[in-house]
Design a protein around this ligand. Structure first.
Ligand code: SAM
Length: 265
């Protein structure tokens, strides 16, 4: 079966260089008894490298014609399960049937929702994702850095992020407009934000960053609808200087502030 026409609207940029594919698959650090879930297998080039390293691969692909291609190509491979679905509708832990690692050359048009999907419980043991270079920089940025934002806080609240290596756009067919980078995301043993609080925490942080140039005194009044005195008191309780801006606060400080404001108890 010939590969179907490329659908750019689905973020289809395929990798073929075996050295790059091996580097990505190696970064997942799979043991031979592990299951890896792959987001967007496309024509199966990364899938191949993952199958060489894992016990099982569960690949989730939205494009029916690519699913048909993969089913034909891997008809005799019992270690590969192909799920035709939008990855955002899939519970990754259920799809894996237990503990799992996650890998993917992620479709750019839904990078952020996929990142949050990857951080939902039950979390992957580790995730190796190919994302736009700028997104990788935002995920890994420390407080106060130019790239630091709501995405950095929300990811770092529950996981450690390593920026591993860059991949030039010319390595893809067709080449995307931007360069990419491979990141490894490893859940923290003790997340800053406990299970069940992730969603209100995310909304709080995103709303605060909408006012990233304002001082925290003003941010708390606007975001949490508190008086000046209440805002100052909550900031004092969380040990945060009211003059600083959201872009300097760590995930732990945002969490402490939300507690002081009794946004979660
Ligand atoms: N893994 C392949 C590679 O590296 O050559 C393909 C990567 S390509 C950047 C992204 C893949 O994700 C495409 O195959 C695309 O059809 C698929 N995709 C796009 N949106 C998706 C979604 N919502 N759920 C699952 N797969 C999706």
């Amino acid at each position: 079966m010939r590969p179907p026409p490329i659908r750019k609207s689905l973020g289809q940029h395929f990798l073929t260089d075996p050295r790059i594919l091996a580097r990505i698959a190696d970064a997942v650090a799979l043991t031979s008894d592990e299951t890896v879930v792959e987001i967007g297998p496309g024509r199966g080039s990364l899938t191949e490298a993952l199958l060489a390293r894992a016990a099982r691969v569960v690949a989730i692909e939205i494009d029916r014609r690519l699913v048909e291609l993969l089913r034909e190509k891997y008809a005799g491979e019992p270690r590969l399960t192909i799920i035709e679905a939008d990855v955002l509708d899939v519970n990754l832990g259920e799809a894996a049937g237990g503990a799992y690692a996650l890998a993917g050359n992620v479709p750019y048009y839904i990078t952020t929702p996929i990142l949050f999907q990857a951080l939902r419980q039950p979390r992957a043991l580790r995730s190796v994702l190919l994302v736009q270079k700028e997104v990788a920089a935002r995920m890994a940025a420390p407080p106060g850095a130019d790239d630091y934002g709501a995405l950095s806080v929300n990811v770092q609240a529950v996981a450690d992020v390593e920026m591993l290596f860059r991949i030039p756009s010319g390595a893809f067919n067709p080449p995307p407009r931007v360069d990419s980078a491979v990141v490894r995301v490893t859940p923290r043993a003790e997340p800053v934000v406990p299970h069940g609080i992730e969603e209100p925490f995310r909304i709080f942080v995103q709303t605060a960053f909408a006012l990233r140039r304002k001082q925290m005194r003003r941010v708390v009044r606007t975001v949490a609808g508190r008086s000046a005195e209440e805002a100052e008191a909550a900031l004092a309780m969380a040990g945060i200087d009211p003059d600083v801006r959201p872009e300097t606060l760590s995930a732990a400080q945002f969490y402490a502030l939300g507690r002081a404001l009794m946004l979660w108890t």
